[in-house]
Design a protein around this ligand. Structure first.
Ligand code: EPU
Length: 337
């Protein structure tokens, strides 16, 4: 087994934080997992399974073994009357995978275009954007349970998906996702009611298809969200808080313009970006980390930020929001210690 030592991970996390891993292993074939888990370095160290590193904040140095999920491959496993089951290996780049399904004439992933990261990471936080969550099209998830040492094929229900949440996040470190099965439709059913998307497509002349929706979403994301290849970031840094209708009433009495959405269960979800902007935090920085000017929910690596800069800035935003609105903001990325 080629386990390397003292490896720089600056380019393995989209925030571009200067971190090193004591041990590093690139997993290109899921069948190597069985051997890896028996290795003394695996048995005696903390383990981190890493995908695209787009939702992770490291401690300055990771004392343990980083397993970089790099197994590749996409195949159609079942043709149904109006849909196709397609299996993608965990190490596939998410956006390239989305584009490949659109090229195959399949529909369902177009709204999730240009999300950084890998296929294997997509179920962990149930990635979502522009009115679609990945749970809407996941059929099952193949994973290795490190606790019982068993291979599992979890159904969509067994994955316990919720807003930016799943069994994989609830039991962080227990399941190694090796591939994901998606059920994609042969028919295009547009999901374009999300405000900005509707506005954008309204001004277009071309007919709607998965390809045109994907292109529109790429445009919208490029306008609002920093490209991690140029400006380090981890996408939304906080979840949008979901609170009871009673608590929401108090906030809305003081801030009637606060952007909010009614949830099917009667709870209210607030747009944290709006709350952060209203609190005057856009552009505010701590060391090299800053609140993004165009989307306040995104923290960026403005100028050689350290892990501590990012953590201090996040704490400052959380404290301000708690003080101003009485709301707790939960961080979205995983913090690795
Ligand atoms: N808003 C502001 N100021 C800001 C940012 C947002 O007023 O600085 C307002 C917007 O005008 C809008 C509302 O807040 O009315 C919502 O903003 P946006 O459409 O940008 O979406 P979001 O709720 O901030 C969520 C996801 C994003 C996803 C977008 C689009 C979360 C935590 N984030 O952001 O996902 O791309 O919706 O669907 O749910 C991610 O998770 O990394 C991510 C980028």
């Amino acid at each position: 087994m080629n386990i390397q030592e003292n490896i720089d991970l600056t380019h393995c996390n989209t925030f571009g934080l200067p971190v090193k891993s004591q041990y590093f292993y690139k997993l290109t074939d899921k069948n190597d997992l069985a051997k890896l888990v028996e290795h003394p370095i695996f048995k005696n160290n903390k383990i981190l399974f890493l995908g695209g590193g787009s939702n992770i904040i490291f401690a300055p140095d990771f004392l343990g073994l980083t397993v970089f999920m790099s197994n590749k491959g996409v195949k159609v496993v079942e043709q149904q009357e109006d849909s196709v089951i397609i299996e993608a290996q965990a190490g596939e780049n998410w956006h390239n995978f989305v584009l490949s399904t659109i090229r195959l004439g399949l529909n369902g992933l177009e709204n999730l275009s240009l999300i950084p990261g890998t296929v294997g990471a997509s179920p962990v936080q149930n990635i979502g954007a522009y009115g679609v969550e990945v749970k809407d099209v996941i059929e099952k998830v193949e994973c290795f349970d490190l606790e019982t040492q068993e291979w599992l094929l979890l159904t969509n229900t067994e994955c316990r998906f919720d807003y930016r949440d799943s069994i994989f996040k609830q039991h962080n470190g227990r399941y190694v996702i090796t591939s994901v099965y998606f059920k994609l439709s042969k028919t295009f059913i547009p999901k374009v009611s999300y405000g900005l998307l509707k506005q954008y497509l309204g001004s277009q002349e071309t007919a709607l298809s998965a390809k045109t929706v994907s292109e529109a979403i790429c445009q919208i994301r490029q306008e609002k969200l920093p490209n991690p290849e140029r400006i380090g970031n981890a996408g939304s840094f906080f979840k949008n808080p979901i609170i009871s209708a009673n608590q929401a009433k108090d906030i809305l009495a003081l801030y009637p313009n606060a952007v909010h959405y009614h949830q099917p269960d009667g709870m209210i979800k607030f747009a944290a970006g709006w709350l952060i902007e209203e609190a005057g935090l856009k552009g505010v920085s701590v060391g090299g980390a800053a609140v993004h000017q165009k989307q306040a929910l995104v923290l960026i690596n403005q100028d050689h930020a350290s892990v501590e800069d990012v953590k201090s800035l996040a704490k400052m935003v959380q404290k301000t929001i708690l003080y101003k609105y009485g709301l707790s903001l939960e961080a979205e990325p995983l913090f690795v210690e």
